[in-house]
Structure formats: structure tokens, C-alpha cells
Design a protein around this ligand. Structure first.
Ligand code: NAD
Ligand code: IPM
Ligand code: MN
Length: 351
């Protein structure tokens, strides 16, 4: 049956990398109806808000949504609720995509592109499961308030309920069953009550429903260090919204570039997923044809796998990215001179 894929190019390199996603959809001849809508700063400029109600409705009605990137210096001075990033948070919340899968795999041909030694990253395959609709990103109260003494105070709240923790932990345990069965849960249970609850609930769910899973716990600061000391000790890393954001960017450098890492944000079964490269709008290279479209194209592969249920086509896209890189076509971030379009063409040719 024909699937619907809503493309949200967004800002900066977002439109450059999603153009290459289109190229791959066309080359595959996928039975997909492509829709497109403005998002982020582009929507602020045209519609006055970072995402319109109509776009949210389109997303909820689609089979999958693929976002490029949002944000940029043009909108950085605006209040929080009217920034491009607020549109992304609204969409994640509306779609209730609470589990964000961020795989970090090191392609053999790129083991020397990492800032770490080849032997540390060769064969690396980590799956981050980041909670995506809770924690300090969404906690209330929040804001900037004026104090009686004339100082201003910035306020954010970090909280998690047992239900929020258990549902994302379940996703991590289910994924780990198809991998090595090892899950490392990461928090700061030594200084945060929400972190302690996280640790207790994750352990409880493991003991109740997943006795076959080998679960360990690690404090987030140590995890940041261990990721560059001995990254291959990890298989599946389960963590909260903020730690997951930071640790997955760190992991990108283990694979060679932020331009290589895709993500899938999933909610309840049968609901549409939200797919995004983990990188941003890269204002420093936007408009120059320098962006690596691999992360966006690998995000399409994740959409094909998780929302369209076509595992073989997903693997075909993933292999094509690897083949193009092995064949020597590389954008600047991974040590080559290819443009965004040339990289997309090489991937399409390798399908
Ligand atoms: P960024 O991810 O945009 O860029 C960080 C660095 O990585 C830059 O040097 C950039 O050139 C490079 N880079 C990123 N993607 C690349 C690619 N595909 N190919 C080659 N190089 C790439 O992070 P930033 O500069 O901190 O943020 C810029 C804007 O993007 C901010 O407004 C931020 O809020 C937003 N942002 C959005 C998302 C998203 O939409 N999901 C994610 C992260 C940041
Ligand atoms: C990401 C981004 C977003 C996040 C921002 C743009 C809201 O950094 O997707 O990693 O922090 O989740
Ligand atoms: Mn991020």
C-alpha cells in the first residue's frame, strides 16, 4: 500500500540534505507519496510560527515524517516559544515520539576519519535510546524571571515519571534483544532524584520482564569519558533527553562525522515515526553544497525500516551509503571534496 512521507526540510543545510533524500526515494522507485511543508525558521518567516497546526496535522496523518534541520543565527534572538527549535519540540511532543534511536556505527572505510585511533573505533556499533519528550526539555515551571534584588533568574525543571521511564526502557530492552542483549542505563543518580528514580525503574523493569538482558548502570559523566576511552564496551545506551543529546553528538565523532548519524523517533506502535539526522542546520557551511547528506539518507533508511516495514530496502540504502564512501566519494567532513549532490548521486548509483 502507498505510504505517505512528509518532508520537513527546515533551515540551513536541512533543505540541501533533504533534496538528496528525495533523490534516493526517486531512485528506489519507492511506493511513497511525498509531501513537503515549511518548518522552523522558514515557517517563522512565512507563517509567523515555527510549525503551523496544519503541518502538525499532516505529520500525525503521515506514515513517517523526515526532518532536515532547524535553527540559525537569524532567529537566535527570539523568545523561546517562537524559535525554530520550539517547532521541533512541539512536533516531537504532538507525535509523542518518546524513544529516539540514534545508532552510531563506524563504517570500515572511515575508521581513520575518527578523531580516535582506528583500533578504538573499528567495528563500533552503539545504539543510543534517548528519551525524547520529557526531562528538562519539557519540564515546567520554566522561564526567565526578575528577582526582587534586580537579578534575573533562568529556570528549568527536570522531572520524569515512572511511566515515562518504563516505556522508553522497554524500547531499549526490546532493541537490545536483537543485538547483544547488553544495556547500559545512564543518569546522574548520585545527585538527581529523577536520576535515582530512573535507575530504580529501569532495574525493576529488567527484573520483572527482561531477565535475559544484561543491564548495567553508569553515571553520565563517566559515560562521556568511557565513550572516548573504550567506546566498544557499549552496545545499547539508554538515557534521558539531555544526556542523550550530548552523548550522541560525542559518539558522532567516533564514527567520523556528525554528518553520518541518523535517528528515528518512535512512539506507540502504529503511530508515525519522526526521522532526523542528529546534526543541526550547520550555519557555517549552509548554502555551499558542502553538507554530508548521509545522515539524512540513513534516516530515510530508518523510516523505511520502522515505519514502512521494509527491512530489505532499508539495508539496501545503508549498504549504498557505505559503498559510495568505500568507492571514494566523500564530502569534506569525512576527508573528501565531493559536494552534497555528488555524494547523493554516488549513493543513488550504488543502490
Ligand atoms: P550543527 O550540528 O548544526 O553543526 C555543528 C558542526 O558540525 C558544524 O561545524 C557543522 O558544519 C558540522 N556539520 C553538521 N552537520 C553536518 C553535515 N551534514 N555535513 C558536514 N558537516 C556538518 O550544530 P550547531 O552549529 O551547534 O547548531 C546550529 C543550529 O542548528 C542551531 O540553531 C541549533 O539549535 C540547530 N540544531 C538543530 C538540530 C535539529 O534540527 N535536529 C540539531 C542540532 C542543532
Ligand atoms: C537534536 C537537536 C535538538 C535537541 C534541538 C534542535 C532542539 O540538538 O535533535 O539533537 O536538542 O534535541
Ligand atoms: Mn543535538
Amino acid at each position: 500500500m502507498t505510504k505517505t512521507l512528509l518532508l520537513l526540510p527546515g533551515d540551513g543545510i536541512g533543505s540541501e540534505v533533504t533534496a538528496e533524500v528525495r533523490r534516493i526515494v526517486d531512485a528506489l522507485g519507492l511506493d511513497v507519496t511525498l509531501q513537503e511543508a515549511r518548518f522552523g525558521g522558514a515557517a517563522i518567516d512565512a507563517d509567523g510560527v515555527p510549525v503551523t497546526d496544519e503541518t502538525v496535522a499532516l505529520a500525525l496523518a503521515a506514515d513517517a515524517v523526515l526532518m532536515g534541520a532547524v535553527g540559525g543565527p537569524k532567529w537566535a534572538g527570539q523568545s523561546f516559544d517562537t524559535r525554530p527549535e520550539a517547532g521541533l519540540l512541539r512536533l516531537r511532543e504532538a507525535m509523542n515520539v518518546y524513544a529516539n534511536l540514534r545508532p552510531a556505527r563506524c563504517f570500515a572505510a572511515l575508521a581513520d576519519a575518527s578523531s580516535l585511533k582506528r583500533e578504538l573505533v573499528e567495528g563500533l556499533d552503539i545504539m543510543f535510546v534517548r528519551e525524547l519528550v520529557g526531562g528538562v526539555y519539557f519540564g515546567k515551571p520554566r522561564g526567565i524571571e526578575m528577582l526582587a534584588n534586580g537579578e534575573r533568574r533562568g529556570l528549568n525543571s527536570h522531572h520524569y515519571t515512572t511511566g515515562q521511564i518504563r516505556r522508553v526502557a522497554r524500547t531499549a530492552f526490546e532493541l537490545a534483544k536483537g543485538r547483544t542483549g547488553r544495556v547500559c542505563s545512564v543518569e546522574k543518580s548520585n545527585v538527581m532524584e529523577a536520576g535515582l528514580l530512573w535507575r530504580e525503574e529501569v532495574q525493576r523493569l529488567r527484573d520483572e520482564d527482561y531477565p535475559e538482558i544484561e543491564l548495567t548502570h553508569m553515571l553520565a559523566d563517566n559515560c562521556a569519558m568511557q565513550l572516548v576511552r573504550q567506546p566498544k564496551q557499549f552496545d545499547t545506551i539508554l538515557t534521558d533527553n539531555l544526556f542523550g543529546d550530548m552523548l550522541s553528538d560525542e559518539a558522532a565523532m567516533l564514527t567520523g562525522s556528525l554528518g553520518l548519524l541518523p535517528s528515528a523517533a518512535l512512539g506507540e506502535a502504529g503511530r508515525p515515526g519522526l526521522y532526523e539526522p542528529i546534526h543541526g542546520s550547520a550555519p557555517d557551511i549552509a548554502g555551499q553544497g558542502l553538507a554530508n547528506p548521509s545522515a539524512a539518507i540513513l534516516s530515510l533508511a530508518m523510516a523505511v525500516r520502522h515505519s514502512f516495514g521494509e527491512e530489505r530496502t532499508a539495508e539496501r540504502i545503508e549498504r549504498a551509503v557505505e559503498t559510495a564512501i568505500e568507492g571514494g566519494t566523500r564530502t569534506r567532513d569525512i576527508g573528501g571534496g565531493a559536494s552534497t549532490a555528488e555524494m547523493g548521486q554516488a549513493i543513488a548509483a550504488a543502490l
